[in-house]
Structures are given as C-alpha cells and as structure tokens.
Design a protein around this ligand. Structure first.
Ligand SMILES: C[S@@+](CC[C@H](N)C(=O)[O-])C[C@H]1O[C@@H](n2cnc3c(N)ncnc32)[C@H](O)[C@@H]1O
Length: 225
C-alpha cells in the first residue's frame, strides 16, 4: 500500500533522512509519518498532537494502513512530551511561523547537531528563519511548491552553534528571492504584497515603528531587482 501525499506535505517528507526515527509534531491525520513508513523510508515514527481529535484522526489513518505497530501516537504540546533520545528528525508542518518558533524555543535540547529540523510554516516564515539563525542553526534546504494553486515552502535546519548574519531580504524571502521557478516566484510575490501592506499600515498608524526601516529596505531592493 502507498499513501500519496499532497505536494506541500511531500516536500517535507522528502527532507526526512532515510532510516531515521522521525517525530511529526502537529500530525493531525498522521499522513506524513504513514507515507514515510509505507515507502520504507523510515522504520518507525512518533505522531504527536496537542489535541485528542487530531490524534483520533491519526489513529484511524494508521489502522487503515495497518501500521499501528510502527507509529506511536502521542499527546504532546509541541516537543514537551518527546524525549531527546527517541528521535532524529523532527517535522513541524502546517502551522504558523510564530507557533513553530515558540515550539522550538520551548525545547532547548534540540540545540544538538544530531537532529534535523524540517519546518513548513504556513505564514511568518521570516520569524522561523530569524529564530533559527539567532539560535545557532543553519538552514540547509529550502524548497517551494504549488499546492491547490497556492505557494508553500519548507526548510530544514541543523544546529551548528554559529549565529548567522543576515539581512532583511534573506529573512523575508530566504533563498527564494534568487530563484526563478514558478513556485518561488509566487511565494515571493505573496510575501511582497504582505510587506507592502505592513509598510503602509505602520507608516499610517505608528510611523516611528522600528520595523519600518527594514521593510523600506526590502521595498527599495525589490525595485532594483
Ligand atoms: C493544520 S494542522 C497540520 C497537520 C499536518 N502537520 C499538516 O501539515 O498537514 C495543525 C495541527 O497542529 C496541531 N497543533 C497546534 N498547536 C500544537 C502544539 N502546540 N503542539 C502540538 N500540536 C499542535 C493542531 O492540533 C493540528 O492538528
């Protein structure tokens, strides 16, 4: 049996290293760990979620595909109920970037080079990049795709202990600013519209806001592009 993932989740699944123990945080239907196990990509997984309803969905999926013995369903707020020595790769997909950063901040044990983080923020991905760079992680992969006519991105990161200098363009767009494929372009256009809206709103309601110079810098750089 095989479970075909939608492009957005497949992008995250492809970043999981082969043969590792994976934890999917905020798993809902457990589609990602189920697909990885059915493909033989990983031997086992933890499918974790904050709420019972999604864990019931996860249970239904693993039973349908006959892999209940390979997936531990776990009630967990972020990584709080995950032990450092029971995972290698950690996936957090389908949540906002603010929540993803809070989950990472809450688990200092992930600052170890043995883990690979696979993060798929649905919004505020710049906050995730900033958190990673400030906390000594290196972003090693960034991918984009179109799913249901909308652009999505996914990134993976490992801990190096070195903080990275970065500018507002890198923060806001990651690598996608320099790519020319349709998904990266659609993603950058979407983010640019958000920057324009925020820049003009802040100028009206809070003209001394410290975020304005970096938004202005982005708008100036985009004009040159
Ligand atoms: C939109 S679903 C995403 C499901 C799946 N990861 C995906 O990308 O399709 C978000 C899931 O995250 C769960 N969630 C929200 N906050 C969480 C937290 N602090 N810890 C664990 N799970 C959380 C929700 O219960 C929900 O099932």
């Amino acid at each position: 049996m095989k479970l075909e993932l939608k492009p957005r989740l497949n992008m995250a699944a492809q970043m999981v290293r082969r043969g590792v123990r994976v934890a999917d945080i905020g798993t809902d239907h457990a589609y990602l760990p189920t697909a990885l196990i059915l493909d033989g990509a990983v031997p086992c997984a933890i499918a974790a979620d904050l709420r019972k309803g999604p864990l019931d969905n996860a249970e239904a999926t693993v039973n349908t595909y006959g892999i209940a013995d390979k997936v531990q369903l776990r009630r967990s707020n972020g990584l709080r109920n995950i032990l450092p020595d029971e995972v290698d790769d950690i996936v957090i997909a389908g949540m906002g970037g603010i929540l993803i950063s809070e989950i990472l901040e809450d688990a200092p044990w992930i600052k170890n080079e043995k883990y690979k983080l696979i993060l798929q923020p649905q919004s505020h991905d710049e906050i995730v990049r900033r958190w990673l760079w400030k906390n000594g992680f290196e972003i090693i992969e960034e991918e984009s795709c179109i799913d249901d006519k909308k652009p999505y991105i996914c990134m993976s990161a490992v801990y190096t202990g070195k903080q990275k200098e970065h500018d507002p363009i890198e923060d806001m767009f990651g690598d996608f600013f320099y790519r020319e494929d349709d998904a990266s372009d659609a993603f950058c256009q979407k983010k640019l519209r958000r920057v324009q809206i925020r820049h003009s709103a802040l100028n009206k309601i809070d003209p001394t806001n410290e975020e304005i110079p970096s938004l202005q810098y982005i708008l100036d750089e985009v004009k040159k592009w």
